[in-house]
Design a protein around this ligand. Structure first.
Ligand code: GRF
Length: 204
């Protein structure tokens, strides 16, 4: 399967996918054909370039409207003919056009156990709530914010001392689990195929 990965930051989830492909190019079942971002000068893009992959940047502020940005992101992504698109720390909500084109094959990873703590601050919000366990969710993207069908989740315990650094160490422990979960899920989706029936996702 051909993957396009979208990033906004450090790209450690992208790196985990790159490493999985490099470790077993045939066996993994998927390969990354391009990496896209909504901003430039980020470590995620450097990781892609280091791996010799084509990259594209689609910034909201370079477009007159959000719809035009969405159309540009859709075209830039579609140019690489992906079977799956992975939002790996991509901090933008895509629009109608993107979903019409990639719905059902666009997955996201979120650093909380959805439906708890959706949105941009999943780690901080779980901590502030006083949750004793949190984790990560890999899910298909629909037109809500972190509301699409869940594919897999991983659990991480919150420690008392997590309240002292505002969730930095907790997020690192979540990302540890998240990277492994994402690599596993993407590989299985690519190798086995899958069905989405309502909210139920079955990997075949
Ligand atoms: C991940 O925890 C992802 O869920 C999120 O931001 C983090 C991205 O990390 N919302 P990286 O860019 O893959 O290192």
């Amino acid at each position: 399967a051909r993957l396009v990965v979208l990033v906004s930051g450090s790209g450690t989830n992208l790196q985990a996918l790159l490493d999985a492909v490099a470790a077993d190019p045939r066996g993994y079942g998927a390969r990354i054909v391009a990496v896209g971002a909504d901003r430039d000068s980020i470590a995620g893009l450097e990781r892609a370039e280091r791996a010799g992959l084509p990259t594209f940047v689609c910034r909201v502020r370079d477009h007159a409207t959000r719809e035009e940005w969405d159309a540009a992101l859709t075209e830039a992504t579609a140019a690489y003919e992906p079977d799956l698109v992975v939002s790996a720390g991509f901090m933008k909500i895509v629009g109608k056009r993107f979903l019409a084109r990639f719905g059902g094959r666009f997955i996201n990873t979120h650093p909380a156990l959805l439906p708890s703590f959706p949105g941009a601050h999943g780690v901080r919000d779980a901590l502030a709530y006083g949750a004793k366990v949190t984790g990560c969710t890999v899910h298909f993207v629909d037109d809500g914010v972190d509301t699409g069908p869940v594919i897999a989740q991983g659990v991480v315990e919150v420690r008392d001392e997590d309240h002292e650094d505002g969730g930095v160490a907790l997020h690192e422990r979540i990302k540890d689990v998240e990277r492994r979960l994402l690599v596993d899920v993407v590989g299985r989706l690519a190798r086995h195929g899958y069905r989405i029936e309502g909210r139920k996702v079955t990997i075949q």
